[in-house]
Structure formats: structure tokens, C-alpha cells
Design a protein around this ligand. Structure first.
Ligand code: SAM
Length: 283
């Protein structure tokens, strides 16, 4: 199939919000390629990252850095240029504005009467939601959780009654702490960790937050992550009957080993299980 190519200057003026791949370079639409090839200017988060994508696509273009620290003057210049030129807005990966720069530019461009259009494509939040098997009829995208424990907990508490699947962006080093915070607040809810989407080591793992925390404690995660939490209610994972599991394990092993086996099965803290196993053993 011939890829669309447009000589620079043949697109209508305006701002074109262009989604780019979130890993697999094949995930770029024909329209996105045409717009990147035809734009008079590409505003991008990082010129090196976008430069690599353009090189892969065989496109030469004029680039202008536009990150979260861009000055009002930089945005005003880009908006002015978009009155007579097609300006593409891209971020390092995925859909601009979704936990990425662009909001102020788009808002100010619209206010200035400049045409703004969207060239949709990859977005990690949507890709994860589509594959996690959690309710997808209502979802709330909440960006990155705060880093500090107290702020993270407060953010989660504020979302407790939301009757929707919650979608967060997460980083590998923080995943376990976030899962433990979720486990404490909502031990029954179904949680999904969607990692390295569209890449070689893509995975989507589901379970309770405690079970997932236990998994990632022994298999430290790498790469990029979307964390999803199912809504409160019918789809919650039933609480494991830990006493029954411990009794079964105690039939074959002592309290220490039994606690270890059940901790692996459920993701529940081993010390708490050990204390309970000692009680059950003496019953
Ligand atoms: N604008 C992007 C989008 O549309 O998805 C998101 C940019 S945000 C700065 C980067 C975060 O998105 C990562 O930390 C991760 O949480 C998520 N993300 C991006 N690519 C991903 C991938 N391939 N797999 C899983 N999560 C990804």
C-alpha cells in the first residue's frame, strides 16, 4: 500500500494533534503520517525522540520544542504560525495532552480562533482498558498517582465511591507501593497491571492488589505500566477463605510452610497468616 505523502504546505492551516506509537512503531495511522509529512512545523515534547520517529518514517520537518515548561511567548508564536500553516502537535509517545504536554496550547489556540483538529491513535490508557477485562462502560482516567504515601492514599480515598474502572499511569519502581495502598483500601477489588503494551514483553496480569503486589515483589517489574482498578460492586474478587486454605496447607505442613504456601496463593502478608496458622494448629 502506498503511504500518503503530502508536500509541506498542502494541509489547511491549524493545529493537528497527532497520536504516535506507544512502543510498536507500526502503530501509526496513515493520516498521522500524512499530517507529519505535510506540516509546516511539528511542535514536540522532545526533538530527539520525535526526530527518531520522523527518521523512521522518512520525514524531514521543522521541529519546535513544546514541553510543560514552554513559555506563553513560545505558545503564542506557535499559535500565530498555525493561522497560516499546518502545525502538528506530538508528544514522545501516544496521544498528546493525555498526561503529556499540549493542554495550554490547545486551549489558547481555540480561544484565538485557530482551528484545532485531532488525528487519533495510540493511547496507553485506552489500550490497557480494552485488554484488561474490567468493566469498560464507565472509566475514570486519573493520570499518575502521587508519589508520597499520604497523598497517594488521599487520592485513592477520594475515588473510593466512583462507580467506574479507575485507570492510572504508573512507573515500575512505584508499582508495588501503589498496589499495597490499593490492597489496604480495597482488598476485594479486581486490579489489572498492563505493562509494556505493544512491545515485546507485553503483559496484562489481573487479580487482587495484594496478590499482584506479592507477584511483583518477587518479579520486579520493568518498563511502562498502566494500573487499573475495577469498580466497587459485583465484579469484586471474592475474599479468599484463608482459614480453609490454611487448614488444607496445615494438613501437609507445619505453620511456617503453610503460611508461606497461602501467602503465595492469596498475596496476603505471610506474618499475619503464620500467626493465624499457629492458632488453627492448636484448635
Ligand atoms: N500520552 C501517552 C498516552 O497516550 O498513553 C502517555 C504519556 S505518559 C507521560 C507515560 C505513561 O503512559 C507511562 O509512564 C505509562 O504509565 C503509560 N504508558 C505509555 N506507554 C505505555 C506502554 N507501552 N505500556 C504501558 N503503559 C504505557
Amino acid at each position: 500500500m502506498a503511504l500518503p505523502s503530502l508536500p509541506a504546505g498542502t494541509l489547511d492551516p491549524g493545529i493537528y494533534i497527532v497520536a504516535t506509537p506507544i512502543g510498536n512503531l507500526g502503530d501509526i495511522t496513515l493520516r498521522a503520517i500524512a499530517v507529519l509529512a505535510g506540516a509546516g512545523l511539528i511542535a514536540c515534547e522532545d526533538t530527539r525522540v520525535t526526530g527518531k520517529l520522523l527518521k523512521h518514517l522518512g520525514i524531514r520537518a521543522r521541529l519546535q520544542r513544546l514541553d510543560d515548561h514552554a513559555s506563553p511567548e513560545t505558545r503564542a508564536r506557535i499559535i500565530d504560525e498555525a493561522r497560516h500553516t499546518a502545525v502538528a502537535l506530538v508528544s514522545d509517545a501516544g496521544t498528546p495532552l493525555i498526561s503529556d504536554p499540549g493542554y495550554r496550547l490547545v486551549r489558547e489556540a481555540r480561544a484565538a480562533g485557530v482551528t484545532v483538529t485531532s488525528i487519533p491513535g495510540p493511547c496507553a490508557a485506552v489500550a490497557a482498558l480494552a485488554m484488561a477485562g474490567l468493566p469498560s462502560d464507565r472509566f475514570l482516567f486519573a493520570g499518575f498517582l502521587p508519589v508520597k504515601d499520604k497523598a497517594r492514599r488521599e487520592t485513592l480515598e477520594g475515588l473510593a465511591d466512583m462507580a467506574a474502572t479507575l485507570v492510572f499511569y504508573e512507573t515500575a519502581p512505584r508499582l508495588e507501593r501503589s498496589l499495597l495502598a490499593i490492597a489496604e483500601l480495597w482488598p476485594q477489588r479486581e486490579v489489572a497491571v498492563a505493562r509494556e503494551l505493544t512491545k515485546l514483553h507485553e503483559e496484562c496480569r489481573t487479580g487482587t492488589a495484594a496478590a499482584l503486589a506479592a507477584h511483583y515483589a518477587t518479579h520486579p517489574p520493568k518498563g511502562e505500566i498502566v494500573l487499573l482498578v475495577g469498580p466497587p460492586g459485583e465484579d469484586e474478587v471474592p475474599a479468599p477463605d484463608t482459614d480453609a486454605l490454611l487448614r488444607a496447607a496445615l494438613a501437609a505442613a507445619g505453620p511456617g510452610k503453610a503460611a508461606g504456601v497461602v501467602a503465595k496463593q492469596t498475596g496476603i502478608d505471610r506474618a499475619a497468616l503464620y500467626a493465624r496458622a499457629l492458632e488453627l494448629k492448636d484448635e
